[in-house]
Structures are given as C-alpha cells and as structure tokens.
Design a protein around this ligand. Structure first.
Ligand code: MN
Length: 147
C-alpha cells in the first residue's frame, strides 16, 4: 500500500476498496460495509472503517481480541458487555477481550467508525441460545440486540 491515501467525499479514500462487512451468510448483520485503511504487514494492527446504513447493525459477537473504535460520522448506539451507549461523532469505544458487542446505526442516520484491531486475531464467536438468554435477562439489552 502507498504511504498516503487521499480522503474523498462520503468517508471514502482514494485506492481503498469498498468491501462487504463479512462474507454474506457467515453471521447475522445488516447494511454494513468495510474499508481496510491501513493493513500493512509491518504493523501489528489494522485500521478499518465500517459504515452501517440507517437501521443496520453489526454482528453480536465476542472474541479474544480487543477493538478500539472512534466514531467518525453519523449516530447510533453500541452494546459493550451489559451496557448500551449512544454514539456520536468522535466518541471512543474500547471493546475488551471476550466482551459481547454490537453496533447499530440510528433509524434515520448512518453510523461510520474507525476500528483498530490486531492483524492476527481469533475468529468471532456468536452467542448460543444460552448466551442469548443471559443477555436478554436485562430488558434494555433484550430490546437492543439484533440476531
Ligand atoms: Mn468484533
């Protein structure tokens, strides 16, 4: 990759492909795209930009690796562990290892965020029925999650 990627309108960058969030059918998600902004093999991390269209959501998942998230555009909310946080531009979110997490865009707005992650990482784990039962014990979490 080159050392400089010019920003383009609408949270795009010159020479960066607009990718599917995940292979379709591999996990539950809705209306989300992925761009790998910095994926250099001399770094231990990658910087990606995800954009969730209005009303869409990321996968409810957890894994051994952590995420560092910076909201760049729009508004939405996230579940981290048992807590739901509203999200707006420049909010920062840390997802600790093995913590359930899910991002949602508001009904009337996209949600765009940078996500820093280890280049070498374990695969996300989806919730079992028993995990979902535990999560749904909190009515606010039950109302938030999408599976
Ligand atoms: Mn994740």
């Amino acid at each position: 990759m080159t050392d400089f990627l010019q920003s383009l309108p609408g949270q795009r960058w010159a020479g960066v492909d607009l990718l599917d969030y995940k292979p379709s059918g591999s996990a539950p998600f809705k209306a989300i795209s992925r761009q790998v902004l910095i994926g250099d093999d001399t770094l231990a991390c990658e910087l990606r930009y995800f954009e969730i269209a209005a009303g869409g959501h990321s996968t409810l998942e957890r894994h051994d690796h952590a995420h560092g998230v910076l909201v760049l555009a729009g508004s939405g909310a996230c579940l981290v562990g048992g807590e739901i946080h509203p999200l707006g531009t420049h909010d920062l979110v840390r997802i600790p290892p093995w913590t359930w997490h899910q991002f949602r865009a508001d009904a009337g707005s996209l949600l765009g965020f940078l996500c820093m992650v280890n280049r070498s990482r374990d695969r996300p784990v989806l919730p079992t029925e028993s995990d979902l039962e535990g999560l749904r014990a909190d009515p606010a979490v039950a109302a938030f999650i999408r599976t």
